[in-house]
Ligand binder design. Sequence first.
Ligand code: URP
Ligand code: ZN
Ligand code: ZN
Length: 495
Amino acid sequence: MGEAEFDLVVRGGTLATAAEVFEADLGIRGGVIAAVGRGLGRGQEELSAKGMIVTPGGLDPHCHLEEMGQDGAVQEESFDTGSAAALAGGTTAFLCFLPQWKGHSLARSAPGYEARAQRSRADYSFHQIITDPTPEVLEREVPALVARGIRSLKVFLTYDPLRLTDAEFLLVLATARRLGCMVTVHCENFDAIGWRIAALLKAGRTDPLQHAWSRPPVVEREATHRAIALAELVDQPIQVFHVSCEDAAVEIARGRARGLKVWGETCPQYLTLSTEDLDRPDFAGAKAVCSPALREPAERERVWRRIQDGTLDVVSSDHCGFSFGTAKQAAGSSAYGTGAAVSRPDGRPAFNAIPNGVPGIETRLPVLFSEGVSKGRIDLPTFVRLSSANAARLFGLGGVKGSLMPGADADLVLWDPDAERTIRNADLHHAIDYTPWEGFAVKGWPAVTIRRGEVAARDGQVLAPPGSGRFLARGAAASALPTGRVPDGFDAAAV
Ligand code: URP
Ligand code: ZN
Ligand code: ZN
């Protein structure tokens, strides 16, 4: 027998790309896809994908790992555990967040964070959070980041220590346009939420369900509308993070209809959970506190419809490392809360001081596959676009991640479409003591995850060691380029 042509051949699977579904083998050499076709030559190793669906590895463009607060407290999920969970769930690369603290330069915020990220088992890159857009930050530090391949910024329009005023947001948008960065935005109206929280507390309403009452869809819709309008004024592309409701999605669709470059992300929690999860007894509703808040049960199908019509084109996890036994019951233990902590008679925090965010980096794709593909709401190419390809295109990783084209990183998931599982926290790899999907039944399971040509996880066993993930320096993305149009022709950002 002659020399092997490939390092690895994944043979006989049903391949699903962002565009189509077909039967073929995949030949991998040097960690990249070298050939796609039927009857490929021999590989040094061979993996049968008979009966399996082969998709690109997941790219989770929004997760919070080992994030450090201004007080030095670090979220419980480490790069080691978080990336193990990612791989076990079919995600081979992720984007997380470099923090900035008000009054601090980027360089002085969260020292050592990038070094800690080197423990990752999955490939990774960062969005830079901007909370204090000083001239030094915008004119010197952000350009230096872009030169290193960090080409996306995250801004918050809510949360006490993080949010930007509209004036500050405009400065960030203008800087991003100059540098060719994508801007991602957390859209909720800060003052409206503060006003509602004060009234709810005054009325003695403190339980976790009140989180939803403090920030109804209208506060998300208003901020989404405002973010899109200000981005239009500057002619800067934006992605609206974690869209929870139809009202906000409609604003995105309207912006697109006007020719704007605006994209929308949602998360499995908005597709599968609801206010019923916030209303669980014994403070268990805290497990479902995230922002924007979970909505009424009927809203979920409306969000699905906005996926089906293409308004929402990315599903991220927005994974957060707050355990129920610790952080979720410790008032004000995170910047992701709003307003002064008030203690309830049982010693637990009122709803507004519960850290916001749920863990989901491992369950993101199984839940999306099951609820989307297996239940017939979306087809396989849509699943690929939502889970990796669109994020790759938006964030400068096109042709590298989210693709089965020759030349792309050989990041693959072999899905067993018939496997039926029940999600149990005990089986997950994250460091968090619960999953909001405890007991959730899924059909379709990521049996094998391949990262750059190596089997990184198989049947829940993670094989890639800590430190084997690579930093992804990102190039310019066409999606981050301006349209060349401002509303009245006076281009204030160019002056
Ligand atoms: O509740 C959430 N989403 N927490 C994480 C921080 C954020 O807003 O993305
Ligand atoms: Zn957010
Ligand atoms: Zn987030």
